[in-house]
Design a binder for this molecule. Structure first.
Ligand code: DQA
Length: 151
């Protein structure tokens, strides 16, 4: 393999630390650690590393995105409820050039009206939503395809 190693920053927003326990009828019984492990496995398959950050604090997520400008080949973000409200996250992602994939376990478009708006979507290359935990592997596969073969 040549070129710089590829690494994805996987960003998890508020309340996702409670996955497994939190509204399992909507979000499933798998934990966030399970989902991260699935993303890491898919990454290994494509020769791409995955670094994960979870925070319930908007500013910490923004700092992580700023820092990723120095090293990440892509960002996959499940911003939780910040998806619907955080123009600050929108702006941080707008300042990140490589691919951005928005990710959700549920399908927000099929839920309450306040979830139909995403302020992340306008700065994402694409959205993976509604496939539960399967989405984590799909999002990594999407990044691998967007990046194409290693130079
Ligand atoms: C979510 C959907 C959001 O509307 C919600 O606030 C979440 C989780 C999802 O993964 O389905 O916290 O991002």
């Amino acid at each position: 393999m040549t070129g710089a190693p590829r690494e994805i920053l996987l960003v998890s927003g508020p309340n996702l630390d409670l996955l497994g326990d939190r509204e399992p009828a909507i979000y499933g019984s798998e934990t966030l650690a399970d989902h991260v492990a699935a993303a890491v496995r898919e990454g290994e398959h494509h020769g791409i590393g995955v670094r994960h950050v979870q925070s319930n604090h908007e500013g910490e997520l923004i700092e992580a995105i700023h820092e990723a400008r120095g090293w990440a080949s892509a960002i996959i973000i499940n911003a939780g409820a910040f998806t619907h409200t955080s123009w600050a996250l929108h702006d941080a992602l707008a300042a990140f050039d490589p691919p951005v994939v928005e990710l959700h376990l549920s399908n927000p478009a099929a839920r309450e009206p306040f979830r139909h708006i995403s302020v992340i979507a306008p700065v994402a290359d694409g959205v993976v939503a509604g496939f539960g935990g399967l989405g984590y592997g799909l999002a990594v596969e999407a990044v691998a395809r967007l990046l194409g073969p290693m130079p």
